[in-house]
Write a protein that binds this ligand. Structure first.
Ligand code: DX5
Ligand code: ZN
Length: 226
């Protein structure tokens, strides 16, 4: 069976060695990752603090891959322009943090980049119906956001299926990205449910024989489930 080339792998730098992010980004790229996933946390929307625009800007010259920026911050609308100017190819904001979601999504697309909406595990996907024409990606959190290395929540499988049925009505492509606890066991399950982009931190950057091998076994696990 062939390995699914259609599913995007997005290694999360959250699980990389922060003292050498340039090497971490290049290792993911060399291993065939299509996206690089940046987890921006503010210590308010989520309990953890990571990094912001300067880190993305510093890494931009070292990779041509899609910079997939996941904002786990309050008031994300204030930071769309700075993240776009830092080099984001796509910005995903949390529905729970965005009271003016429609407007924020338009602001992202006005920069000529992709717009995404993230849903915490407790958030129902139905309201997506009203912003479907403005999104390129739905990020289904499969853990509660804030930290890498958490356990996948199996109850999110039915949410992925629900999102898939919602986006079937659209006339433009929308990725369903999953984030949290994705490894060789959970990846085939989420892809069967409809996921088309896999964020993976621990399973890629923590893979004992290296990042490239972590990406390879993750991709290979998809063909086993088909
Ligand atoms: C969690 C972040 C994830 C995280 C995933 O809040 O959004 O991107 O890095 O890490 P793993 O793959 O270790 O669950
Ligand atoms: Zn993330």
């Amino acid at each position: 069976m062939s390995i699914s080339p259609d599913v995007v792998i997005a290694p999360s730098l959250l699980s990389a060695d922060f003292s050498n992010l340039q090497q971490a980004a290049q290792a993911a790229e060399a291993g065939g990752a299509e996206y690089l996933h940046f987890d921006v946390m503010d210590g308010t929307f989520v309990p953890n603090i990571t990094f912001g625009m300067p880190v993305i800007k510093a890494l931009r010259p070292y990779s041509k891959r899609f910079f997939d920026v996941h904002l786990m911050i309050v008031q994300p609308e204030k930071y769309i322009t700075p993240f776009a100017e830092a080099g984001a190819d796509g910005i995903t904001v949390h529905a729970e943090a965005s009271p003016h979601l429609d407007k924020t999504l338009s602001a992202i697309r006005a920069h000529g980049i992709k717009a995404g909406v993230a849903l915490n595990p407790g958030t129902a996907p139905d309201f997506l119906e009203y912003v479907l024409d403005k999104i390129d990606l739905v990020l289904v959190m499969t853990v509660n956001p804030g930290f890498g290395g958490q356990t996948f929540l199996p109850s999110m499988i039915s949410k992925i299926e629900r999102v898939r049925s919602l986006i079937e009505r659209t006339d433009h492509p929308i990725h369903i990205e999953v984030d949290g606890g994705i490894d060789t066991l959970t990846a085939p399950r989420v892809v069967s449910a409809g996921a088309t982009a896999l964020v993976a931190g621990t399973s890629v950057y923590g893979y004992p024989s290296g990042v490239a091998e972590g990406i390879r076994v993750l991709r290979e696990s998809l063909s086993a489930g088909r």
